[in-house]
Design a protein around this ligand. Structure first.
Ligand code: HPA
Ligand code: MG
Length: 214
């Protein structure tokens, strides 16, 4: 499959906050709306169609990477479910939720720990779809793929809503948007746990970075 996605250029100004509905408590901490919620939904619908087309009739195990991936994964699965119930051809799905932790006491190894799932061995022989909010350097995803592949799945694909332009060591098969190398929040993407309760994907401003710094 060739890589295809919506490219949001570096010089994109996005949309003025006043043009959309943004929670009052975040208004002063945002620069602009980069991707309105409706556009996220419409793009997600198409990703669902692409995935169903490519997957054939094999059962799919969806691995949702929390916390940032929860909105995208839920919406993507809703669209896949809509296709399943309106088509002669459908794919059976199961869903698992994982979180990734780096090994704090062994920084040099650079390994990650997958938590929230009893055993990854249930992935053996299955077609796995990893659903992620954003691939930045791609280093975390490479590590996750290593761990998943150690459990002998039949196939593994990655679907990420966003990919940051720059030096990605890994690019997923399914990408929603390629975004400029700026910090984005909203639609479950956070800055120190804030901004998940924002519908649109927005660019945080310097005041926001300072206000919600840890
Ligand atoms: N926003 C939220 N989480 C992230 C980002 C970002 O821009 N990059 C990597 N993780
Ligand atoms: Mg993530």
């Amino acid at each position: 499959m060739t890589e295809s996605y919506i490219e949001i250029p570096d010089n994109s100004k996005g949309y003025n906050l006043d043009m959309f509905c943004v929670p009052k408590h975040y208004e002063q901490y945002l620069d602009s709306v980069l991707i309105p919620h409706g556009v996220i939904s419409d793009r997600t619908e198409r990703l669902a169609r692409n995935i169903v087309k490519d997957m054939g009739e094999d059962e799919l195990v969806v691995l949702c990477v929390l916390k940032g991936g929860y909105k995208f994964c839920a919406d993507l699965l809703d669209y896949i479910k809509a296709l399943n119930r309106n088509s002669e051809r459908s794919i059976r799905m199961s869903v698992d939720f994982i979180r990734l932790k780096s090994y704090e006491n062994d920084k040099s190894s650079g390994d990650i720990r997958v938590i929230g799932i009893d055993s990854l061995s249930t992935l053996a022989g299955k077609n796995v779809l990893i659903v992620e909010d954003i691939v930045d350097t791609g280093r975390t995803m490479k590590k996750l793929l290593k761990v998943v592949n150690e459990n002998s799945p039949k196939s593994v694909q990655v679907c990420s809503l966003l990919v940051k332009r720059g030096k990605n060591e890994y690019r997923p098969a399914y990408i929603g948007f390629e975004v400029p190398d700026k910090f984005v929040v909203g639609y479950a993407l956070d800055y120190n746990e804030y901004f998940r309760d924002l519908n649109h994907i927005c660019i945080i401003n310097d005041e926001g970075k300072k206000k919600f710094a840890v």
